[in-house]
Design a protein around this ligand. Structure first.
Ligand SMILES: C[S@@+](CC[C@H](N)C(=O)[O-])C[C@H]1O[C@@H](n2cnc3c(N)ncnc32)[C@H](O)[C@@H]1O
Length: 534
């Protein structure tokens, strides 16, 4: 497979491994009016995180690695426009600082595209780790970077996991000031974690589409839609003569063909599937019955603004929520994201958006849940300070309801936790950061030991408050106290009121003999030396 090279690439390919692991600090928990008040830090799964997504994605790994069903991202398109409320290109001071630290002096000579690629690469690497085995990543992009992004996604997710490049019609009228051609569409790239496991849901027909179904001949099979029996595609033996019920002989118009051969036509006639109009002399039409469309519409890659909304619609949606103000320049329409989530998620999926902007993802998730009683969850990450007063505020307003009296949109209800990026788990000298909450450290160690989420235990478990969890008949014990040094010895073992077949025990020191540990299948790991860093 051809590989994309750019200046600075070698500095970022493994950068996701060097990003320090930080905790997420819960700032507040929001619950909508009438929604059962969620306890602090436990809003049931919805999260909004203020901070750089590189650190936030890393902080999500212990809880979410391999658990996210759908990632939707709408990263800066890198069009060179610096006048937007957020910086669309890579000259944002935060990004410049980050590039300086990671790429070093070479970073000063990077082109705009090099910088964008350096920014995207480690973030996509972390996103892949968060994706479930049957999950998909969906990325909005325009022509400025689509070719580079395809290469990145091929490299990180594997070209065999490519699903589609959807063309979304983002504008409904041409831009008359365009220099050459008016740019009417965005690309929506879809890749899977593992193509064998992906299911794409077919959507039901909309009210609008159902209007085409009628039953003028009172067919007992119910409503049907007429489809012209002739088509421009040359069907095999599709130019024979047909005699209408009123006795007229017809052949397909010039350049067209019947969409069947004679044998199939006779079968359709016998089954009353050909309609010649009320007069019996009209153009032959094939009946397609509503009842037979059980599988819904086969999704395709051409998404018009009628089905998926357009940019102006997205701006109007935001204005309605923010009382006429337009606080964000480049939102996506709710319809577009709803359609993505309907195709690629189930009703209880976890959906992650690490370039959250105005929070359209939260809006679409809440609305879909309201419509179909689903329990989808959202995790949003936004680096700019408007994470609170635009991203989170939008989620609050959608949950509580918004709009003027008379045109008020009912609230969806719901709750979310709001986080800032917390402290690093390890200090620069390699020691554990002892000011951290012990549960954060426990969660991290449990994660590095691959203890499945459901097998992790809380500190108030019946065995010992030091137990992290059980996996493969092995007990994982984290004997750690921030204020004193701990020792694995016979005295400590006597405090355990259970006898696991094998155990991995973390402590500051160990006084047990090698033979004793072998006999009792105990593995000692020294704090902090043996805590894996990833
Ligand atoms: C195109 S906008 C997303 C718009 C969004 N889809 C919506 O409908 O409102 C991209 C967003 O990503 C944010 N962003 C850029 N770099 C980021 C980073 N490193 N971490 C988190 N957010 C970032 C920008 O601040 C901006 O709000």
């Amino acid at each position: 497979m051809p590989e994309l090279r750019w200046v600075g690439k070698e500095k970022v390919v493994n950068h996701h491994l060097d990003v320090p692991f930080r905790t997420l600090r819960n700032v507040y928990t929001f619950a909508s009016e009438g929604h059962a008040a969620a306890s602090r830090g436990d809003a049931g799964g919805n999260k909004i995180i203020h901070g750089d997504n590189l650190e936030a994605l890393k902080a999500l790994l212990p809880e979410y690695e391999g658990r996210v069903k759908c990632i939707y991202i709408d990263p800066p398109y890198n069009t060179g426009n610096e006048n937007w409320i957020y910086n669309d290109n890579v000259n944002d001071p935060k990004l410049k600082k980050w590039l300086g630290q990671v790429v070093g002096r070479e970073g000063e000579d990077l082109s705009r595209h090099d910088k964008w690629l350096c920014m995207m690469y480690p973030r996509l690497k972390l996103l892949r780790r968060l994706l479930a085995d049957d999950g998909v990543i969906v990325v909005s992009i325009d022509d400025t970077e689509v070719h580079n992004l395809r290469h990145l996604l091929d490299e990180i997710f594997g070209s065999r996991n490519f699903i589609a490049n959807i063309v979304w019609q983002k504008r409904y009228v041409s831009n008359v000031t365009a220099k050459f051609l008016s740019d009417m569409h965005d690309h929506i790239l879809v890749y899977s974690r593992n193509i064998e496991n992906v299911k794409v849901k077919r959507l039901e027909r909309t009210e609008e589409q159902l209007k085409d179904y009628k039953n003028p001949d009172e067919d007992p099979r119910g409503l049907w839609r007429a489809q012209d029996l002739s088509a421009s595609k040359p069907y095999n033996a599709g130019r024979f003569e047909i005699v209408t019920p009123a006795g007229l002989t017809v052949t397909p118009p010039p350049g067209r063909y019947w969409r069947c051969n004679r044998e199939q036509y006779d079968k359709w006639i016998a089954d009353n599937r050909i309609w010649f109009g009320k007069s019996g002399n009209g153009r032959p039409m094939l009946k397609s019955f509503l009842e037979e469309l059980k599988n819904g519409i086969t999704p395709n890659t051409w998404w018009t603004y009628e089905m998926a909304g357009h940019n102006k619609e997205a701006t109007l949606e935001l204005k309605t929520i923010f009382d006429g103000a337009s606080p964000f320049d480049t939102p996506k329409p709710v319809k577009l994201l709803s359609q993505i989530f309907e195709h690629f998620c189930s009703k209880d999926s976890c959906i992650l958006d690490s370039f959250a902007g105005s929070g359209t993802t939260a809006h679409a998730v809440l609305k879909l849940n309201q419509q179909d009683g689903g329990n989808r969850k959202f995790i949003l990450i936004e680096t700019m300070d408007y994470a609170e007063n635009i991203t989170a505020e939008r989620a609050r307003r959608v949950m509580n309801g918004y709009g003027e009296a008379g045109k008020r949109i009912a609230g969806t209800g719901g709750s979310f936790d709001y986080y800032e990026i917390g402290q690093p788990l390890f200090l620069d000298d390699g020691n554990l950061n002892e000011t951290l909450c012990i549960d954060e450290i426990r969660r991290y160690v449990a994660y590095t030991e691959n203890i499945p989420h459901v097998q992790q235990t809380a500190r108030d478990n019946p065995h010992t408050s030091y137990l992290l969890g059980m996996a493969n008949d092995t007990a994982y014990i984290f004997y750690y106290e921030p204020t004193r040094s701990t020792t694995l010895d016979l005295e400590f073992l006597s405090t355990l009121n259970f006898k696991p077949a094998a155990s991995v025990i973390y402590a500051d020191n160990c006084l047990l003999g090698r033979a004793f540990m072998q006999r009792h299948h105990i593995t000692f790991k020294k704090i902090p030396r043996d805590i894996t860093r990833f």
